[in-house]
Write a protein that binds this ligand. Structure first.
Ligand SMILES: Cc1ncc(COP(=O)(O)O)c(C=O)c1O
Length: 407
């Protein structure tokens, strides 16, 4: 398939106007006005349905990347679409200062869905914002100055979330300094946890299955060791489940899968299926520290976000999607170790396929075959983050395409 290439620019219309204001940039027609900060795939999507994307000339592409783990229900899900449009019609926005039942319902639904002992939810807009607020609460509760994160972690691009993101300082962190002390614990090395987590540490923040690093499953013993050390020194444990949460592992949260209870979970992405929303879930001890005006947000917890969060959880539960994620993820692991793929890692639909040659090349070759996949910071990991509605027949298409590629 020829993925449909991105147009060089767009028609600004200025050529036909005689009284047009002077152009801001003389070369404006040769560019679009989007900030040039994203490398883009050679695929322009005009519509989508289920797990399929369609380009301008009607070619279909199987989406195994789900918009960076966001499209949990895929595209055009009827329940999600109805919830969003009904809420848009009935009341599109009110702030958190105005009580709304849809907000109360979404918070209760999320806590019940988690099957974990959380007592409050603070809704925000993005993963980074959820992490900022989680760390802020940890500093407030402990009066300490240090956060421990894990090598390879990604927590977002804001000042605090970026400070605990592995490699950000070298690559893109432009703030003059980190807002607090940070250290990174070697990944998987239980023996070094004690030296990094001390009575100075306000919190440990960890993605139980690291996403950008390449679907790296940190495993129960490591997470249990973090929990134990946090308890010993009085630090809080924050699970960043922005990417691995809300069903992606085949469990409500990775915390359920590992049987390790954090003090806070941050989550986003799959939670909204494309409508921006995120949440910070807090256990009773943390909830008790919440005070009026300690946290705030304009858009977080808006009624449309709350309506879609309810709809996502309703679909996951009523369509038995956790079971499907576990089943189809197993099928990927059993059938797709072919062609240039020699192994797998991760959990559920946060899957890393280990490749014999650079994953970026394999990603391009798969796109030529009509399959969209992702990569990771590990150059030999092809990352799959498909919608939870994926079926075995879709995996067969991936298997056949991989089998046709050079090893
Ligand atoms: C694990 C994790 N945490 C935090 C973030 C940041 O989320 P956002 O881009 O919504 O701020 C991401 C985004 O990819 C993520 O994968």
């Amino acid at each position: 398939m020829a993925g449909g290439s991105r147009p060089e620019g767009r028609d600004t219309g200025t050529g036909s106007r005689t009284n047009a204001a002077p152009a801001i940039r003389s070369d404006a027609v040769a560019h679009d006005f989007l900030a040039p900060v994203f490398a883009q795939y050679p695929l322009e999507v005009v519509s989508a349905e289920g797990v399929w994307l369609k380009n301008a000339i009607g070619e279909r592409v199987l989406d195994l990347y789900g918009g960076h783990a966001v499209a949990s229900l895929g595209y055009g899900h009827p329940g999600w679409t109805a919830a969003l449009t009904q809420q848009a019609r009935s009341c599109n926005f009110q702030t958190n200062a105005v009580p709304m039942q849809v907000r109360v319902r979404a918070a209760e639904r999320l806590v019940r869905f988690s099957k974990l002992d959380f007592t409050s939810v603070f809704f925000v807009n993005s993963g980074a914002e959820a992490n900022e607020n989680a760390m802020k609460l940890a500093f407030r509760m402990t009066s300490r100055t240090h956060i421990a994160a894990i090598e390879g972690a990604f927590h977002g691009r804001t000042a605090a979330a970026g400070a605990v993101t592995w490699g950000a300082m070298q690559k893109w962190y432009c703030y003059p300094r980190a807002p607090f002390d940070v250290s990174f614990i070697p990944r998987g090395d239980i023996a070094t946890i004690d030296q990094h987590v001390s009575d100075r540490t306000a919190a440990v923040i960890v993605e139980p299955v690291q996403g950008l690093a390449g679907a790296v499953d940190l495993g129960a013993p490591y997470l249990q060791a973090l929990r134990r050390r946090c308890d010993e020194v009085g630090a809080l444990l924050i699970f960043d489940e922005v990417q691995c949460g809300v069903g992606r592992t085949g469990y409500p949260f990775a915390a359920n899968m590992y049987g390790v209870m954090p003090d806070m979970i941050t989550t986003a992405k799959a939670l909204g299926n494309g409508f921006p929303c995120a949440a910070l879930l807090t256990c009773a001890k943390v909830s008790a520290a919440l005070k009026l005006e300690l946290l705030g947000t304009t858009f977080g917890g808006g009624p449309m976000a709350c309506a879609v969060m309810e709809a996502v959880i309703e679909a996951i539960e009523s369509e038995n999607l956790l079971e499907r994620v576990r089943r189809v993820a197993d099928y990927i692991r059993k059938t797709c170790i072919v062609g240039p793929v020699k192994g797998h890692q991760g959990a559920g639909f946060l899957t890393g396929l280990r490749t014999t040659r650079p994953a970026k090349a394999i990603q391009s070759e798969l796109l030529e075959c009509g399959i969209l996949t992702g990569t990771a910071s590990d150059p030999n990991i092809l990352r799959l983050l498909p919608a939870f509605i994926l079926e075995e027949e879709h995996v067969d298409l991936l298997r056949d395409a991989l089998a046709s590629l050079p090893t």
